[in-house]
Design a protein around this ligand. Sequence first.
Ligand SMILES: [Zn+2]
Length: 114
Amino acid sequence: MASEVVEMHLKLLFDLDNLLSDMDEPHYKEIGFKIEDEEKLSLSRARQDLLGKLPPEIAGIYERLRKRYQKAIAPVDNGFCFGCFQQLPTELLTRIKEINTCPNCGRILYWRRK
Ligand SMILES: [Zn+2]
């Protein structure tokens, strides 16, 4: 599978997970959002679906990281990992066509497309 496709799926999964965890926040309900169980269930299904589309090793890394950090993906900006705010080795920055993890915090790196 091309890494752009994997990255796209990862990004979608990431957004979905953020949405799902937002729904569990009490203030989310306080500000008037009414979340139907059905809606949450369909999001969980979409999540499983996306996870199934990823190569198993990437899906495994993602799930492990999510348990550890909540946010498994960190954007890269100006050569910095935005998960741990450490500068990434230049050698890594030349491999943006591949799926990479941060050598410091281990998060999956996401390159923002300009
Ligand atoms: Zn990092």
